[in-house]
Write a protein that binds this ligand. Structure first.
Ligand code: FE2
Length: 432
């Protein structure tokens, strides 16, 4: 199969950036709202229910499932295969998904699909496995499509002619990829490699299964970092001002749940199944929240920072959450609606005092999970001030070229991104 991707994604074109810069992210919001999710099954009986659905809707001679995992999550495949055996569904397990979804792995998965011709794709894993599966779907069905030029708002790819179902079973609680129409992949031809987003309604899973046994043994760091990703999705997209009553409900509930259950899940791990279950659902709800609006600019900043310094996605976006909200606060009061969730009362406080208190509450929450809110406090990896400032231009360039930057409610510029990165080194308050 031939590699057809061009170097640039559609949203990196100067004309798009200039137009969106002129209109602001709010231009798109006025034209369209989306309410996309998958069918969601939660709990121990969900595998059986979904197996029954597959048996009833796929003819015997067509029953083939490709289970996509990575080298770590392939151990979960055995939970699924008994159910597939029971309905006489042939299956293959491909454990070739890799962190950050390097493009060559997508072609590898598509080649397996061409040979095996699955009707069902079952992704078991974290965000990278989900996103690999989304891209494999495209390359299996439409090998001629350039992944970087799929237009999210009005373009249609035309998937699900060769396969019937994409089933997403997350093994972490954070990315929300099990219900979003987004895939984040890595262009390994760039130096350093760059994260790129692909968006299309057709990438959304048909069925999501929340099976707590798959997340209960997550180690504390992964629990914390993926949980902060969900936190950042919910709070960043709520404040972004793209909301509607439907997604606002998802985001505010997700924030409440994360504040309550993430510290418990981080501290008690597999001993607190209730916290695990609530974090699975909170992460999914935050996924519906940001998937149907837009994440905060913490995601443009975090994508760039995470890729350049090799920092976990959740830790990166968590670090930039406060700066993202403080930056948007110049043009919106939406953050005020979240104050009661953080037990902050308006009373007779000035707007500035209230905002200061709100931002501090977010910092306190993130730091209570042993995660940094200043770049200089990052422990793994440790980044020196010199290293950080040497990379400022590249950090700025990657953040400004990120799809999320286009939909910022407050119009972004390279200069603003650079200043935010400078302020984030030692946690200066955003004052512009
Ligand atoms: Fe994220």
């Amino acid at each position: 199969m031939k590699m057809v991707e061009k170097k640039l994604a559609w949203y990196e074109a100067t004309i798009i950036k200039d137009m969106m810069g002129l209109m602001g992210g709010r231009a798109l919001r006025g034209g369209m709202s989306t309410y996309i999710s998958s069918k969601i099954y939660q709990g121990k009986a969900s595998l059986l229910r979904v197996a029954n659905l597959l048996e009833a809707t796929i003819d015997l001679e067509e029953r083939r499932a490709l289970i996509i995992t990575d080298s770590f999550t392939q151990k979960f495949a055995k939970y699924i295969t008994d159910y597939l055996d029971n309905i006489n569904m042939e299956y293959k397990i491909w454990s070739g998904a890799e962190p950050e979804v390097p493009i060559p792995t997508i072609y590898e998965g598509a080649k397996i699909c061409e040979e095996f011709k699955p009707q069902v794709l079952i992704a078991i894993g974290g965000g990278s496995v989900m996103d690999t599966t989304k891209m494999v779907m495209v390359k299996y069905e439409k090998p001629e499509v350039n992944l970087f030029m799929i237009l999210p708002y009005f373009g249609c790819v035309g998937l699900r002619k060769k396969f019937k179902y994409f089933i997403a079973i997350p093994t972490t609680s954070g990315t929300g990829s099990e219900v979003t129409q987004v895939a984040v992949i890595t262009d390994t031809d760039r130096d350093p490699p760059k994260k790129l987003e692909v968006l299309s309604d057709e990438l959304t899973a048909d069925i999501t299964i929340l099976f707590t046994d798959f997340v209960k043994d997550m180690p504390p760091f992964l629990t914390m970092a993926t949980g902060l990703d969900a936190f950042s999705h919910a709070i960043g997209s709520f404040v972004s001002n793209w909301g509607s009553p439907y997604v606002d409900a998802m985001n505010t509930t997700a924030i409440k749940e994360i504040l309550k259950y993430l510290p418990r899940a981080y501290k008690y791990g597999a001993k607190d199944i209730e916290a695990r279950e609530h974090m699975q659902m909170a992460s999914l709800m935050a996924g519906v929240g940001f998937g149907n609006t837009t994440p905060g600019i913490d995601h443009s900043l975090g994508h760039s920072f995470g890729k350049i310094f090799n920092v976990h996605h959740g830790l990166s976006v968590g670090l930039f959450t406060v700066y993202s909200i403080a930056f948007q606060a110049k043009v919106t009061d939406r953050w005020k609606l979240l104050c009661p969730i953080f037990n902050i009362q308006e009373e007779n406080k000035s707007r500035k005092e209230l905002l200061t208190e709100f931002l501090q509450a977010i910092r306190d929450f993130i730091e209570s999970l042993d995660a940094p809110v200043r770049v200089k406090d990052l422990k793994d990896p440790v980044i020196t001030q010199e290293e950080y400032y040497n990379k400022l231009d590249l950090l700025t360039n990657y953040a400004a070229d990120d799809a999320v930057a286009l939909t910022s409610f407050r119009t972004m510029s390279e200069k603003l991104f650079k200043t935010i990165f400078e302020y984030a080194w030692d946690g200066q308050d955003i004052d512009f």
